[in-house]
Design a protein around this ligand. Sequence first.
Ligand code: ADP
Ligand code: XUL
Length: 525
Amino acid sequence: MSKIFLGLDCSTQSLTALLVEKSPDGTRILHEESLNFERDLPEFGTRSGVLPGTGGEAHTPPQLWVKALEKIFAALHAKGLPLRDILAIGTSGQQHGSVYLNASAESALVAADPAKPLSAQLEGIYSRATSPIWMDSTTSEECREITEALGGDDAVCSLTGSRAYERFTGPQIRKFFKQEPENYARTRHICLVSSFLPSLLAGRIVPIDAGDGAGMNLMDIASIKWSEKALEATAPGLREKLLPVTLSGSWSTPIADYFVKRFGLDPQCRVLPGTGDNPSSLVGLGLVSSGRIGISLGTSDTLFAFMSQVKTDPLGQSHVFASPTGNYMAISVYKNGSLAREAVRNQCGLDWKGFSELLEAGSPGNAGRFMLPYFDTEIIPRVQRPRVRRFGYAVEDKAVEVRAVVEAQMLSMRLHSEWMGEKPARIHVTGGASANDSILQVMADTFGVPVFRQETANAAALGAALRAVHFEAEQGGKPVSWESVVSPFLGFDAATAEPDREAHLALTALMEKYRQAEREFLREG
Ligand code: ADP
Ligand code: XUL
């Protein structure tokens, strides 16, 4: 008898549903369905899921997510997928984004009539028509105010896991309180995007999961509870507007009658609290024990690391979130990822095949030649004026240039993850550029560990479904290892790239030159 689980991921641009089937033959992905906000819900007028805004404002109407949820269930239902057999639903969402609900919200959710569209019945539940999302950068003043009230950057970072950032929910809430005090006062509940989705599914307001709670500058990262100090520094009366933080897997509630009657779900189906897309991807990428890091080579390069204990970045450049396994994770975002590799590829007049050939033709460590690759401004380390600096060669030397950009990216990731104190034993890669084996070889050589390519593009949705699998397995009363839940998706039979010892030594030597050059560059300002 097979069991079915649903994972839903509400990202910036799309909503993805992923069904996992667990049977005596193993666990597999049964179906993936995606809906694109701009293309499939044009009536909201978003561009790539975001309303046109000025001066760094990035908002999305929350009704778009309600309609998307209905639409994706309708699509799954129409395809005859076994919705009745879903035992549990895990959700994840773009981090930091917030939804503001008035006092009528909960009763409207409970009373929703399955004969009518859900979105039409929820139009009156908001105390703020649009939701600020993670791309919003309009709260520098509020970040400064919160930082000052809490005693400086280092104090905020060690209390909440990150310095105050414009996109984090606390500064966004403070701005709303300052600019619209009356609407703030009529706000009964503040949800995250990641807790709004399960609230719709459950027909009640669902608590905030610790993984995304850590993206608010409001949660004490060590105790996994709201920090009274941070709440006070943000806005008055905030405590009453937030449900308690919960640990992933320790809470669930039955699916709302609406989804039972309208789409045929089983009334016994459980809804879990939703987490952020990054903590969810941690599970989807199989990063459930020490020594595993994940690297996504997308538009930006992002490094995820499982951490058994809480530890914060002394330079405040990386974020620390709670992980669904009850541990922690660090996440570091490098802006000069694929776009920097593309800049070099284009400047050398190459396609990816030509780029890879030149990369392979060079020798690891580039005979001591290297670059500082700030084609754009950079987050880690903080560089505000784009500049590329080359050491020991000229830009015309294409082969050296191609190797220099990839080695610089890998060296920078290795260097700036030293503070995590967890030496990786293996790296799991995903994202568009992970298709390139030559780049993965440089990664394996730099870190000195094997690199495994993940086949799933939807790591966050898979992670959400696997959290549901883990939750259901533990209902038997015995603890179930996360390893057993993620292992069917890891493809550990063969590494995509194995490190070469000589190459690793050469790159380790180059890292010290790189460290020194970066330090001097940053000192120049
Ligand atoms: P996003 O962050 O938008 O999800 P993707 O993960 O889809 O991005 O990655 C897109 C990037 O992948 C492109 O910008 C491109 O530079 C890069 N890419 C695609 N194929 C290759 C390749 N063979 N070698 C290197 N980079 C590649
Ligand atoms: C993480 C962040 C983004 C969003 C994207 O801090 O802002 O990764 O979660 O969905």
